[in-house]
Design a protein around this ligand. Sequence first.
Ligand SMILES: [Zn+2]
Length: 418
Amino acid sequence: MVHANPPVILGLKKSFGFGDRLGLAGPGHLAALEKSTFTGVLAQQSMREMTRTRRRADQVVEAAQDAVNAAHYTRPWGADADHLKTEADIEMMAKAGFTYFTLDPTPAVVNAADTMKEAELRAEADKLVREGVLGPDWMARYLGDKWEVDNGPPLAFEEEPLLRAAVKFARATAETARLHNAVARHCPDRPFEVEVAVDETAKPTSHREHLFLALELKRRGVSFVGLAPRFVGKFEKGIDYVGDISVFTSELERHAAIARRLGPYKISVHSGSDKFSLYPFIGRICGELLHIKTAGTSYLEALRVIWRTNPDLFREIARYAAEHFAEERDAFLVSTTEEEVATLAAQWPVDPEPVYFEERVGRQLLHVTFGSVLVLGRRPGGLPFNEAIRETLAKHADDYREALDICLSRHLELLEAG
Ligand SMILES: [Zn+2]
């Protein structure tokens, strides 16, 4: 079937990613997007989310496409195959029609390099040369050079930080090149774009590490439109930024300057939902060279509509989520503890909406349990939660669209206010 407006590559325009775990959020996403100057990435799903929701790649693209068709949406939009780690994942996502491939070389990142002594770093770097990951003359390429970058003195490498960056990231750049080639092989006759994501490393990405990554990726012929560093502070799921905003902004200014100087490419902000205090700064600093990813916030808005229109169902989901919090929480960056969830679950609040939808514990509880709720959870009568949620949202489609529009317009407007 040929679609009037299929997903395409977006290039270096500021973009906003709308993850949709249920496949029903499209109308609300488009309502917010239509009022915004951002380009939309409507089908955005990580491999982890796909596994947890048991959705197929083609269903994810199809749901977004249906919403685009129904709304007669005519602006270009993209489809992000998020956090790809294997060629098999890439093949599947390419077949489904994704256009934006987020390559995640995290398994090849050597986090232990952060604390290695210089002798150890040298031994590891020698090993990388022996294995052919680095060329014999690799250090000469970086030492002595200076990179003029805005918002600070020129960046240069000294020997030890260079060794550390190389030991930490050289294998990851080789892995990224391998994944990049796989994307090219599986998209032989159509355009695609690539993002490189190192946002799930143990420590924040330093500016020199960013510089090393970008230079090595370039040397290996990897062309990318976005890079997701790990930022300082905490990007917890479902809540605003936790950390010092002035430190974040000065770090981001340099990251953005490196991206302008060496690309240009976009800075990609993952776990980008609900970071309201940062948005004006992020929007101002990155300008057009920005991509933001959100997902969980749209699922929480779905549950908010469930609460407002089918409170019994919501209460069952909240109880079930509390029972499954312990087994789900470790896969996500959240500070909410089992004790806090137990305290919350011990008593049904007089007014659940602020407790479950505005406060940290309730939001993170609902956020991390989407997998078990959508795949395993059932109502006392036996109907899967997944079907019950869909039934309720179908009946109240206008409410869901409006709730999403309000929530995501708030995100977009703050980004544009910078
Ligand atoms: Zn990520």
